[in-house]
Design a protein around this ligand. Structure first.
Ligand code: SAM
Length: 273
């Protein structure tokens, strides 16, 4: 299957999965490779034949859907976002919680891939915040539609390249083992739960102090679905709670429930009503 065939297939199929083709434009290599292998496995010789197959067999849509998950992630991705969370935004939220006598700090990582993002929050929380807020306890739920990625997340072992943006002293504390694929030290796994959940149809119950929904909904979902998901995410934030999206993403038209929390960085705060 040529690149052009793959693109045409994705342009046709994406809206039927409530996705948008444009999200895949730059990263389609991963998806097209999987599609090429699938065609071979099914003994089909063209994208047109695969399309006929999809029209005849509804279960093949689930297979195609699973191919459309782009799995790229790494620790401390978009470092400026994590820096401002650590230095300004999370301390302010933790101060508020402390004043109310609350100790649980609730976080949701939606589209958590193999755990790089939720474990980044855990390491940041223990290394960057708990010295100042020793009473605070992290309660983090991480969800993804892909069970194989969640299995890797639960294993918690990563190639060194995935850690290169973590501050070096944090990387040394969190991954003390030598070797090319070190595993996360047990204390950074405490308070984390990994669950399979498709964000198009199911959302975690809140309320959360922090929701990370980066490089998933606002890249790959079709615009009407983005407009449906956004208010549901906002409704799951506490007043002053934070929503983080990806560095190249923007929010669909939304009402005034959110304000920017860190200048141009993709972090938004739920206004108090
Ligand atoms: C590009 S990764 C982003 C990982 C991480 N949030 C980050 O920014 O580094 C996208 C992740 O979203 C997951 N995903 C895609 N569609 C999803 C859906 N409908 N519901 C839940 N997770 C989904 C994929 O399996 C993948 O792990």
């Amino acid at each position: 299957m040529t690149d052009r065939d793959c693109v045409e297939l994705l342009q046709w199929a994406a809206p039927r999965l409530r996705l948008r083709w444009e999200g895949f434009r730059r990263v389609r290599g991963q998806v097209c490779k999987r599609l090429g292998r699938r065609l071979k496995a099914l003994g089909l010789s063209s994208a047109a034949e695969y399309r006929t197959r999809l029209e005849a067999d509804p279960s093949e849509w689930d297979v195609l859907d699973s191919f459309c998950r782009v799995t790229i992630s790494r620790f401390y991705r978009d470092h400026r976002v994590f820096d401002v969370l650590r230095d300004d935004l999370l301390p302010a939220l933790l101060e508020q919680s402390r004043a109310r006598g609350e100790h649980r700090f609730r976080v949701w990582s939606a589209g958590c891939a193999s755990g790089e993002e939720p474990y980044t929050v855990s390491v940041l929380f223990q290394m960057g915040l708990q010295p100042r807020f020793p009473e605070a306890k992290l309660d983090l739920v991480a969800t993804d539609a892909d069970e194989a990625l969640l299995e890797r997340a639960r294993r918690g072992c990563y190639p060194r390249g995935a850690l290169r943006e973590l501050p070096p002293e944090w990387a040394a504390a969190a991954f003390p083992e030598p070797g090319p694929e070190p595993c996360l030290a047990p204390r950074f796994r405490e308070g984390l739960t990994f669950l399979r959940q498709d964000l198009r149809t199911e959302l975690q119950d809140g309320p959360f102090h922090l929701v990370l929904c980066r490089n998933v909904a606002f890249t790959y979902f079709a615009p009407p679905l983005q407009r449906e998901v956004l208010p549901k995410l906002v409704a799951r934030l506490v007043p002053d709670g934070l929503l983080v999206i990806g560095g190249h993403e923007s929010l669909p038209e939304h009402d005034t429930d959110l304000e920017r929390a860190a200048g141009p960085l993709p972090v938004f705060r739920r206004r108090r009503s």
